[in-house]
Design a protein around this ligand. Structure first.
Ligand code: BDR
Ligand code: CA
Length: 314
């Protein structure tokens, strides 16, 4: 496996995703934070919190972009809570960030990989701003990027933030356009399959209840309850949907993917009702590189990865 960077906007399912990655035996070489679900400061604090809760306080966290490339900030505190973790319990103290310039960190890491003839992977489960800025400043870093795994975008134009756009793209459409136009080995878990890959709240509760009492178990329980409650509040059925953790499960075990589409992808930057919408063309007419989009995965394996994460501690 290549070394991997975990880039995230520190929301509820981002926390679950990081727990899943660590529980799957993959310790990221670094975490880069980005504005998105909550402010950059809150996102950074949340990612440091998960590291502390899981016993991985030594992983360096670099703070990244606080704002999108062009447009004003939108957030999703109505979904993830004011703190971004739905009020989950916090450890007494958390480590400090290792640095405040994630974009430089990305450039140096990918540049070094390219120079050494190696690759570094990156998982992105928030707005794509940090990588887009790095690519704009230093396009040659693509040579050092291994696999890019993204949670974001829509395939069929059914968005969650606007009728047409998914949050991670909608929060910084210009950044997403830069990333989809770059020549990188990319796999995307789009929004639509996230709504059809789930377990019932009762089944998730039962899994957590079966674990021995621990801080991390209570932390996982709070995240689960918040995710299900919010889903219900916004008209869903209260099931636990795999969103950011879906991307992690795919990264850990590509074999759980059942069906994919190969397509060129670009982003509508027009002002109006399509802004942030991804246009997905299996015929490749957009001229952007062909990438892989997940349509279906094995829910049993997703649930196994989630189960492994709920009480994981190093
Ligand atoms: C994405 O946006 C955020 O709310 C989630 O963390 C996920 O990354 C879903 O659209
Ligand atoms: Ca996210």
């Amino acid at each position: 496996r290549n070394p991997v960077i975990f880039d995230s906007d520190g929301g509820v399912d981002d926390a679950q995703a990081l727990q899943m990655l660590l529980a799957g035996g993959v310790v990221p070489m670094a975490i880069t934070s980005v504005f998105g679900n909550v402010s950059l400061a809150a996102a950074t604090r949340n990612l440091l919190t998960v590291l502390e809760v899981t016993g991985h306080g030594g992983v360096p966290v670099y703070t990244g972009a606080a704002v999108p490339m062009v447009q004003p900030v939108i957030d999703a505190t109505h979904i993830h809570g004011e703190d971004g973790l739905g009020g989950a319990p916090r450890p007494a103290s958390i480590p400090a960030p290792a640095g405040d310039d994630a974009v430089t960190f990305l450039r140096e890491t990918f540049r070094n990989s390219a120079a050494n003839g190696t690759k570094t992977d990156i998982i992105m489960i928030g707005p794509l701003t940090n990588l887009a800025l790095a690519l704009r400043l230093e396009p040659a870093i693509t040579a050092g990027i291994g696999r890019l795994t993204i949670m974001g975008a829509t395939v069929y134009g059914r968005g969650n933030t606007t009728p047409a756009a998914e949050f991670n793209i909608c929060a910084d459409p210009e950044a997403a356009a830069v990333v989809f136009q770059a020549d990188i080995d990319t796999i995307v878990v789009p929004w639509e399959p996230c709504t059809t890959h789930f377990i019932s709240r009762d089944a998730a509760r039962a899994m957590i209840a079966a674990e021995a009492p621990s801080f991390v178990r209570d932390f996982s329980s709070a995240l689960l309850e918040h995710a299900c409650k919010t889903d219900e509040f916004y008209g869903g059925d209260g099931k636990f949907k795999y969103v950011d953790p879906f991307a992690i499960a795919v990264y850990l075990n590509p074999d759980l993917v059942i069906k994919t589409i190969k397509a060129s992808v670009d982003v509508s930057l027009a002002l109006g009702i399509t802004r942030g919408m991804t246009v997905v063309d299996p015929s490749g007419r957009l001229g952007t590189p062909m990438i892989t989009l997940v349509e279906t995965g094995d829910v049993t394996q997703l649930t196994a990865a989630y189960k492994a994460s709920i009480s994981y501690h190093a």
